[in-house]
Structure formats: structure tokens, C-alpha cells
Design a protein around this ligand. Structure first.
Ligand code: PLP
Length: 228
């Protein structure tokens, strides 16, 4: 078993607990996803043996190759872009899809889920900074399309997901995370329906994300080291 991966997981769990304490949150409100994209299965197994059970993959194909080699108790989340022609393949593999980035994709997943008899858990991916290199709902789109999204009866909408721009200034990153939380709160107000989840925070910024309300953090390199 890799001591390094265990040490890193221990450190991260301590830091998550400390971040919770700073803002009066409960550690139980935060879920850690170990992002295992481009990480070999032996290392994933080390993390699993340490007690980490939830893993995130960004590609359907890659996950499909790894999943049979790992214990069935592992829970897989899709965090990367989902192409429409991979939806049918993705649904049975993943417990949760974090990357529903348009109404069109949501409708397609809803349709396939109906055909397959599934009720997938999903996050709506936001792109509040309007970055050209990333996909996701703008604030205006999400506000205007939210009722239509709620009508998709096969989807269990868990919350919002965000990958804010990398910034040099921590205060700006904090504002990016706060904007996602505020948009979530606005959607709750608009719809009258609870929406708890905020999937945000990665290796470099998860503590700030937790202080700003994240409920699920996606951490890769801080656990497994730099990816090849
Ligand atoms: C790769 C990836 C992560 C993890 O990034 P690290 O910086 O290695 O922690 C988190 N979320 C998404 C969507 C990713 O693609």
C-alpha cells in the first residue's frame, strides 16, 4: 500500500475538517471525490484500501476500462464533459454526473434515462466567468432555463458544479465560489425547491471552496501527485 497516497488523504481530510471548523460547518456535510483520471488502478486501489470510496473520472471510455479492475464498492462520479453519444454507456457506470452543461444535454440524458429505467443524480455545471475554454450555464441561462430543467422528471438535480478560472488572487477565487453559492440560493428562492449541493473546489482551492459553501470537492493531484 502506498504510504504517500494515505498520507496525502489524511492531510486533505484534516484540512477539510479545519476549513469546516473555521466557518462553523459540519465535516459530515462535505464529500471528498478522489479524482483518478489518468491515474493507474493500483493507485486507486491504494486510496480505496485507505478508506476512500468515491472516485471521479473525466472520460467515459477510461472509466469503463478501470471499473472492472476495482471493487464493486467503489462509487464513480463523472466530472468531465459528456458527449451525447456516450450517455447510454455512462448511465450504468456512474453514480453521479457533475457535468450537465446545457439544457440540451440535460434533455438528452433525461430521455436516455427514461429508456433505461434510471434516475441519475446530476449537477448543473456553471461557467459564470464566461470562459471560452469551458462549457456550462451562464447565470442568465440557468435562471431562465431552470424551470425546464426541473421538469425533466428522470433527473435528480443535486446542485451546481463549477470550475472557476485559475486566479493569482485568493480573494478573487473566493468571490467566484461565492457567486456560485449565491446563484444556487437564487434558484432556491425562484423555485421554492431545496437545492443543497455545490460541487466546487480542486487541489489548489478546496479549502476556500468549503469556506464558501462547497458540499463536494473534487481533488486529484493533491492525492495522487501530478498526472502523467
Ligand atoms: C481534473 C479535474 C479535477 C481535479 O483537479 P486537481 O487540480 O488535480 O485536483 C477536478 N474537477 C474536474 C472537473 C477535473 O477535470
Amino acid at each position: 500500500m502506498s504510504d504517500l497516497i494515505c498520507d496525502q488523504l489524511e492531510t486533505i481530510n484534516t484540512r477539510i475538517t479545519d476549513a469546516c471548523k473555521r466557518v462553523g460547518r459540519s465535516r459530515d456535510d462535505i464529500q471528498l471525490i478522489a479524482v483518478s483520471k489518468r491515474v493507474p488502478t493500483e493507485k486507486i486501489r491504494d486510496a480505496f484500501d485507505y478508506g476512500q470510496t468515491v472516485f471521479g473520472e473525466s472520460k467515459v471510455q477510461e472509466a469503463q476500462g478501470k471499473i472492472p479492475d476495482l471493487p464493486a464498492a467503489v462509487q464513480w462520479h463523472l466530472i468531465g464533459r459528456l458527449q451525447k453519444n456516450k450517455i447510454r454507456k455512462a448511465l450504468p457506470l456512474f453514480d453521479t454526473i457533475h457535468s450537465i452543461d446545457s439544457l440540451e444535454l440535460a434533455e438528452a440524458v433525461n430521455r436516455v434515462a427514461g429508456e433505461e429505467g434510471q434516475f441519475p443524480k446530476i449537477y448543473l455545471q456553471t461557467n459564470l466567468a464566461g470562459e471560452m475554454t469551458k462549457t456550462g450555464f451562464s447565470r442568465e441561462e440557468l435562471i431562465s432555463e431552470y424551470d425546464q430543467l426541473l421538469d425533466l422528471d428522470r433527473l435528480q438535480i443535486m446542485g451546481l458544479m463549477a470550475i472557476p478560472p485559475s486566479r493569482d488572487d485568493e480573494a478573487l477565487t473566493r468571490l467566484d465560489f461565492a457567486a456560485v453559492r449565491e446563484l444556487r440560493d437564487e434558484l432556491v428562492e425562484q423555485s421554492g425547491i431545496p437545492l443543497d449541493g455545490l460541487s466546487m473546489g480542486m487541489s489548489d482551492d478546496y479549502e476556500i471552496a468549503i469556506e464558501e459553501g462547497a458540499t463536494i470537492v473534487r481533488i486529484g493531484s493533491a492525492i495522487f501527485g501530478e498526472r502523467t
